[in-house]
Design a protein around this ligand. Structure first.
Ligand code: TYD
Ligand code: MG
Length: 457
């Protein structure tokens, strides 16, 4: 199928696409530095993996049947929603994440769920031996006879097996370990990864084989190569989380067939990953309701509102340089909130040690949890607390004013669903609150940080 003649190597600038025959330090065209990477220019006679010629002649738009666009279900409800109502058949999906986060586990579980629907799954396990994969399979109870495991890294052999087996689902673990023998660069190089991904795209589209590629991310957060793959694939899901705690977030960063910026939350257990359908409940589970220094906040993760607990501990410092430590939030944000407390609310905390963390190991970037952090610190400092069952929402400005937040309605609804009775929110958001909401929860609008601190008793 692949007819090799002669491949020519050229160098391409990754920022502007300018090509030349030799490597160069800077680009003559756009002047960016260190942007050249090696690229194989495939000569005309080299054919790629021969795809079935579907739609090889122009068709009238109205004649194209949408019913042929099938969706496959994963058996994980939120994951299906993340894909936009199941995975579109024949799509090419990239799952990217740090080593050890659980990519192989997730895809083996997906393999099993597909296999139970009588779909044939071919799992290319390039990173681990057959025994290792089988061991994992026994942990998560995947034993369907529709799953085929193939331990191979040479693309030519893999291609042959795909041709013979004709699977419905193909899983590539991982794209960085495979190689095309006709390309001289080593596995994992930009050239290899890009060529392989293009081949898998042809396999997915031409044969309608739904294909999952696993990609490792480097320390800088790139998927090997400057995110070269992302342009080629249909869906990109980032798998995130701390290895220590069991929570894992699958975030959709690109989706040609559904929404982006949505998330699915999983928990790693002894028997694989479990989907968490009610994250707020899990994050608030071990909460001691009347402890000073703990405040419940509402954060948006994608399009979902999640309730989390912010914890602060303030203690007098034995040193001239007090400690300021936080986990799950931005250090600069903490510094700003401490400055507001010191200057605007006149809290004497400059000689105190301050520790703030988000319970459950979540990382929250959005400023809507500012007020909760500020109140948690104030609460620990003054040994007072909010009435139990209160949620706090609001961004804090430099002069201590409370600024409005986005999606106030989803946040309040989640608080009501979780049985909270009171909600502190920015006065600026008040006009968006309907009477029917006010009947379900006590709304306490605040204008300044001091207003909010007055609610501590
Ligand atoms: P793995 O899927 O191998 O991660 P990746 O493919 O992203 O590198 O699994 C990561 C970790 O998960 C590993 O340290 C073992 C752990 N694990 C469990 O806790 N429970 C399980 O059921 C399985 C299969 C793995
Ligand atoms: Mg793995």
């Amino acid at each position: 199928m692949v007819e090799m003649v002669k491949n020519k190597t050229i160098w391409e600038c990754s920022s502007c696409g300018f090509t030349q025959s030799k490597w160069g330090g800077s680009c003559l065209n756009c002047s960016s530095w260190n942007s050249f990477f090696e690229k194989i220019q495939i000569s005309e006679k080299v054919k790629r993996f021969e795809a079935k010629k579907v739609g090889s002649i122009p068709m009238r738009l109205k004649d194209i049947e949408i019913s042929s666009f099938k969706r496959l279900e994963t058996n994980f409800a939120h994951l299906d929603r993340l894909f936009g109502g199941g995975i579109a058949k024949g799509s090419l999906v990239l799952i990217a994440g740090n080593p050890g986060i659980g990519k192989s586990t997730l895809l083996l579980q997906l393999s099993n769920n597909f296999a139970l629907q009588n779909l044939k799954v071919l799992y290319i396990s390039g990173e681990e031996s057959l025994e290792q994969t089988t061991l994992r399979a026994s942990r998560i109870n995947a034993s369907s006879e529709n799953i085929f495991i193939y331990s191979e890294t040479n693309f030519s052999s893999i291609k042959l097996q795909i041709d013979q087996l004709k699977p419905d689902i193909l899983i590539v673990d991982s794209i960085q370990i495979l190689y095309k023998p006709e390309i001289s660069s080593s596995p994992g190089s930009i050239v290899q990864v890009r060529e392989l991904t293009t081949e898998f795209m042809h396999i997915a589209k031409g044969y309608g084989i739904t294909t999952f590629l696993i990609g490792h991310v480097t320390k800088t957060g790139d998927i090997a190569g400057p995110r070269v793959l992302e342009h080629i694939v249909d869906v990109v899901l980032d798998f995130e989380g701390e290895k220590q705690n069991g929570f894992r977030l699958l975030r959709s960063v690109k989706n040609r067939f559904g929404p982006t910026d949505d998330i699915a939350i999983f928990q790693m257990t002894e028997k694989g990953l479990n989907e968490i359908s009610n994250p707020s409940k899990i994050f608030l589970e071990k909460r001691d309701k009347n402890l000073p220094g703990t405040i419940v906040a509402s954060a948006m993760e994608g399009i979902r509102a999640i309730l989390i607990e912010v914890q602060a501990l303030i203690a007098s410092s034995g040193f001239s340089m007090p400690t300021r430590k936080c986990s799950g939030l931005d250090q600069n944000r903490l510094a700003l909130l401490l400055a507001v407390l010191e200057k605007k609310v006149r809290f004497q905390i400059k000689d105190m040690d301050v520790f703030v963390s988000i319970a459950g190991g979540m990382k929250i970037k959005e400023p809507a949890i500012d007020l909760a952090i500020l109140l948690a610190i104030a609460s620990s400092f003054s040994n007072r607390n909010l009435p139990s069952n209160t949620v706090v929402i609001g961004e804090v400005g430099l002069s201590g004013e409370i600024r409005s937040v986005t999606r106030i309605e989803s946040r309040i609804k989640e608080a009501i669903n979780m049985g909270f009775e009171n909600i502190i929110l920015p006065k600026q958001n008040l006009k968006e609150i309907t009477d029917s909401i006010k009947q379900k929860i006590n709304v306490w609008p605040v204008d300044t940080a001091e207003d909010a601190i007055d609610k501590l008793s």
